[in-house]
Design a protein around this ligand. Sequence first.
Ligand code: SAH
Length: 229
Amino acid sequence: MRFDIISVLPELLESPLNHSIMKRAKDKGLLDVYLHNLREYGLGRHRQVDDYQFGGGAGMVMKPEPLAACIEALQAERTYDAIIYTSPDGVRLDQALCNHLSMHQNLLVICGHYKGVDERIREKYVTLEISIGDYVLSGGELAAAVLVDAVGRLIPGVLNDETSALFDSFQDNLLAPPVYTRPAEWKGMAVPEVLLSGNDKRIDEWRHEQSLERTKARRPDLFEKFVNE
Ligand code: SAH
């Protein structure tokens, strides 16, 4: 799977994409992430990428020409399954959308800055607009990092234990059960006995019950979906 990410601050993405599971995915050849500095497509001597907004008001807007030039240069090389714009007014990223995106080959992600990108870029090129939550970031880079991480770890072979993503929170609309490690007793607090029993069937049942209780208590909205699906 390949991500191309267009940004005015690609440095912001370097560290999150070059450690831990993302690094392992890249080293295994399962995930390629290419960062494209929009500034290289900027206009004039100053490589301008933003401008004042029509109609007045504070905050700059990302100009269409550099973005269009960068997007078209990438499109000339390959076909994208989706051209994604990170935006607070996009569809909310959730596990179902991550699962869906993990089945694609080529994704192009545009990171906004300032007041965002000129609306015509969204109309002409963007096929999917994604928000990572109801809050405003100063740029799309952290949203892109979240997207690459959440989608990348779902590619078969990226996680060591291939089945483990299946038991994460939100798969099946349930939150994950609590987890424990050694020591079995710590500061007078004992690990639930069933987990030490070696009885896989009882353990599975306990985990499932815990998932149900936790989801019901903390995320009644998800629980509702679980019951109805
Ligand atoms: N004026 C815009 C916010 C611009 S924030 C508005 O009110 O909707 C600057 C950039 O950060 C955006 O273009 C987008 O790419 C990114 N961004 C901010 N919040 C985000 C979020 N919740 N999810 C995804 N991207 C976000």
